[in-house]
Design a protein around this ligand. Sequence first.
Ligand SMILES: Cc1cc2nc3c(=O)[nH]c(=O)nc-3n(C[C@H](O)[C@H](O)[C@H](O)COP(=O)(O)OP(=O)(O)OC[C@H]3O[C@@H](n4cnc5c(N)ncnc54)[C@H](O)[C@@H]3O)c2cc1C
Length: 465
Amino acid sequence: MLKQVTLGALALGAGAALIRRLSYQAGFGGQRRHASQSEAEYREAKTRILILGAGFGGMSTALTLDKLLKRQRDTSVLVVDRDNSTLFTPLLWPVANGTASPNSVVVPIRAFQRNRNFHVLHAHIDRIDLENRVVYVAGAKPRPYDILVISLGSVTRVPDLPGFRERALLFASPADALTLRNRLIDAIERAHRATDPDERRAALTFVVGGGGDTGVEVAATIWDYLESGLLAEYPWLAGERPRVVVVGRSERLVPTSPKRVSRAVQRSLETKGIEVQVGSAILSVTDTAVYTSQGEIPAHTIFWAAGTTAPRIVQDLPVEKARNGAVLVNDYLRMREYPNVYVIGDSGWGYDAQTGDPLPPTAQAAEQQGKYIAKLIAASLDGQASKPYSPRSLGHLVLLGRHAGVAHVGPLTFTGLPAWLLWHSYYLSHIPSWRNRVHLLTGWLLAALTGRETTQLRLNAGLRE
Ligand SMILES: Cc1cc2nc3c(=O)[nH]c(=O)nc-3n(C[C@H](O)[C@H](O)[C@H](O)COP(=O)(O)OP(=O)(O)OC[C@H]3O[C@@H](n4cnc5c(N)ncnc54)[C@H](O)[C@@H]3O)c2cc1C
């Protein structure tokens, strides 16, 4: 029996290695070139298309251009990003709730490049000179362009309230997801040490600023991680219910969604025991309390998950911008002042050409916009015109903890387990890598069988004297 298993495992391993080798040989035609060759090809091309950012918008532009421009030898595409991977933000929740590792939610950019005909530059972008059509990057020569696509995303805007900036924790990266876990563990340990019941209660209270998608998902994740993971390790704290409070400025949660979605989200949170303060603003924060327009909440931990702004490099561009610093674009997602420049995803601010509604700052929208402008660019290189951009909504999914969520697809709104299942299957199928899918699925199965990850992983560098 043991022999058969060993032989089977060896055969599987050899098969996998062979497939990997064959796909490597078949797929690396473009990648075998040295960087200097690809740079020369880019510089010498008649039409140089420079894509800034390899996130949702940038990658979908590059991948669609690759399909459409296959035969155009005089066109070259270069993608620049400071990271070597694309972060799949919707899947950050499983990292925070201890059912997935950070590596499962990032896909290396070089993996997208395999078999494809675009170049990649791993560098920090310092400045965009629109007048001279050139982009300055750290530690490398400036890159000229004929067509520029800006898809540099957004950053969280942190309000300047007393005590807030130094205490509020953000949620936008794998490091933030691990920090959430670490801080929850610190809080539980503090509650465990506390002898004063008020102090213990404050240690177990978590305030989340922001009633939009990210805010409600952070609140539900905190609740989920405590209730389904962490508190099981501290049975003597079982009688202490954690307190999670979501504070949102608007009169309803997820205010950009239809009212029935807002109602379903609020119901789901309140059924768990999460408190919802709508029409409320955070005013200040101290070490022991959060003050909102509805009163004081004794708490030691606050998360901020509301409001984004364009990155500094986009805000610095000498063109017309929206209130959040994103560049105003026309119906073709072009910069109004420079028609050879497209701004997509969170860095751009445009309106649906058919309905006049503002374009949403979502991954779904960024991906669609990337495909749209790739088609538009390919058509314009062939001398053809394109229609103005009008998005097509695929629906809206919100994950609200264990076996809970809200899914709004077409005219239907699901809640509970069906929404939770839809969320997991959609994002599992959507992440563009089999390796990540296998990692995620294994992580979820392992968590269901053996429990959540509850080790604290310090994110600071090693201690030095
Ligand atoms: C926690 C969280 C959960 C979310 N969940 C969802 C969801 O469920 N569904 C949904 O549709 N949307 C979701 N979003 C929103 C979604 O992530 C964004 O709308 C989307 O990423 C925008 O795509 P983008 O291409 O504009 O930017 P991004 O995908 O952020 O890509 C920007 C790229 O630019 C690079 N970059 C930025 N500055 C520089 C620089 N100076 N030099 C070099 N490179 C640079 C970055 O490294 C990054 O790769 C979520 C966001 C967060 C934070």
